[in-house]
Ligand binder design. Structure first.
Ligand SMILES: [Mg+2]
Length: 209
């Protein structure tokens, strides 16, 4: 696969990239974040770095985790690759832009995982319900293994129920759902992320880890 040359692919449909040089002792909880619709405005299968815009108030969440020694992990479904809308090269450019925009606000990600598998695809990426694709927990478990995370104490922030479900299946206890409602999903308690008070709650949870 010529297009994958030089990219951090653990397998054809799985990007696993360690970012930055920060090191963490084993047993830390992590802050997991979905990307599209959570960190950046979701433009629908984004493939243009120039079009990327951060959502309001997400950089301070990541910066708070940085400040408290909490590893920050992005876990992103990218079925646009399986569907043939764009390739890993476009993903790399878009993701690099998102990380640059965060860095401009002193917010830094420590690991990025992205899953391209989807049954609507063709070729080696055409796999239904792949263990790495959310709502399955594979990306969280892989990051947990690589960074030695305490998953039970880890937090997840996302904009879709599948993000919360992936957290639940990985053994997390707390999640924040953009524009969501308060709910409990069999062991995972979900808080909404809608307004300044919700944001304060998330920041307080990060600071108390
Ligand atoms: Mg999303």
């Amino acid at each position: 696969m010529a297009e994958s040359e030089g990219f951090p692919l653990a397998e054809p449909g799985l990007w696993v990239e360690r970012v930055g040089g920060r090191s963490f002792p084993a047993g830390r909880p992590g802050l997991f974040l979905d990307r599209d619709g959570t960190i950046n405005v979701d433009t629908g299968y984004p493939d243009d770095p120039a079009a990327m815009v951060l959502r309001d108030h997400i950089a301070p969440v990541i910066a708070a985790a940085n400040e408290h020694g909490i590893p920050v992990v992005v876990v992103s479904n990218q079925s646009g690759i399986a569907r043939g809308y764009f390739g890993w090269d476009a993903f790399a450019r878009v993701n690099g832009r998102v990380l640059d925009l965060l860095a401009e606000q002193n917010a830094f990600v420590d690991m990025v995982l992205a899953c391209a598998y989807h049954d609507a695809g063709s070729g080696p990426l055409a796999i239904a319900d792949h263990p790495m694709r959310k709502p399955n927990p594979g990306m969280l478990l892989e990051a947990g293994r690589r960074l030695g995370l305490d998953l039970r104490r880890s937090l997840i922030v996302g904009d879709k129920p599948a993000d919360m479900e992936a957290g639940r299946r990985a053994g997390l206890r707390r999640g924040w759902l953009v524009d969501g409602e308060v709910s409990t999903m069999d062991g995972l308690s979900v808080s909404p992320l809608r307004d300044a008070a919700d944001l304060e709650g998330l920041l307080a949870a990060i600071r108390s880890l």
